[in-house]
Design a protein around this ligand. Structure first.
Ligand code: ADP
Length: 176
C-alpha cells in the first residue's frame, strides 16, 4: 500500500463536452503510469458548452465507475494552482494530429512559466481516435450521424436527448 505522499497523481483537465472514447483511451493509458488520475472538468463560464457541468460530471462518473484510480472533479481558476492543491505536479494531456500541437505547446509553456514545478505530460492518441473530438461528435450527432462506436453508450444516449436527429436515427436502427 502506497502512502499518500508516494502516490503519483496526474491531473487530466479538459472540457469533456462530452467525454469520448479518445478521452477514455488517454485516461486508461494515464492510469498505467500514474497511481491516480484526476479528471478535472473546467468550469469556464466563457466557454459555451452543450452539456452542463453536472451532466458532464455525471457521464464521466458513469463511464469511469469500474476504473481504479480515477477521481472526477471540477476546477476553476488557474490550472497549475489546482494541480498543486491536488498534491500533484503533473498535467496529463492527449495529442491528436498536428492541429493539437500548436495549442498544447502554448498551453504547456504558459503553465510552465506560471509554475516551474508542474510538468505537462503528453500521450499520443491511439490511431483509432485520431479524428475524434467532442466538437466533431456533436456536429455528427446533431445531423443524425451514428456516433455509436466513438463514445460510450451513456454519452450516446445523452446526445440523443439533445439532438432529435440522432434520436430518430437510433430509433430507426433499433427497428431494423
Ligand atoms: P479542451 O477543452 O481543453 O480542448 P478537451 O475536453 O477537448 O479539452 O480535451 C481534453 C484533452 O484530451 C486535451 O488534451 C485533448 O487534446 C485530449 N483529447 C481530446 N480528444 C482526444 C482524442 N481523440 N485522442 C487523444 N486525446 C484527446
Amino acid at each position: 500500500m502506497k502512502r499518500d505522499s508516494d502516490m503519483r497523481i496526474a491531473v487530466y483537465p479538459g472540457s469533456f463536452d462530452p467525454i469520448t472514447n479518445g478521452h477514455l483511451s488517454i485516461l486508461r493509458r494515464g492510469l498505467e503510469i500514474f497511481d491516480e488520475v484526476v479528471v478535472a472538468v473546467a468550469t469556464n463560464p466563457q466557454k459555451q458548452c452543450l452539456f452542463t457541468i453536472e451532466e458532464r460530471l455525471d457521464m464521466i462518473r458513469q463511464v469511469t465507475a469500474g476504473m481504479e484510480g480515477v477521481r472526477v472533479d471540477t476546477f476553476e481558476g488557474l490550472l497549475v494552482d489546482y494541480v498543486v492543491r491536488q498534491g500533484s505536479n503533473v498535467i496529463l494531456r492527449g495529442l491528436r494530429a498536428l492541429s493539437d500541437f500548436d495549442y498544447e505547446f502554448q498551453l504547456a509553456l504558459i503553465n510552465r512559466k506560471l509554475n516551474r514545478n508542474v510538468q505537462s505530460v503528453f500521450l499520443m492518441t491511439d490511431y483509432k481516435w485520431l479524428y475524434v473530438s467532442s466538437t466533431i461528435i456533436k456536429e455528427a450527432a446533431s445531423l443524425g450521424g451514428d456516433v455509436n462506436a466513438l463514445v460510450p453508450d451513456v454519452v450516446r444516449d445523452k446526445l440523443a436527448e439533445k439532438y432529435p436527429a440522432l434520436r430518430r436515427r437510433l430509433e430507426a436502427n433499433a427497428r431494423h
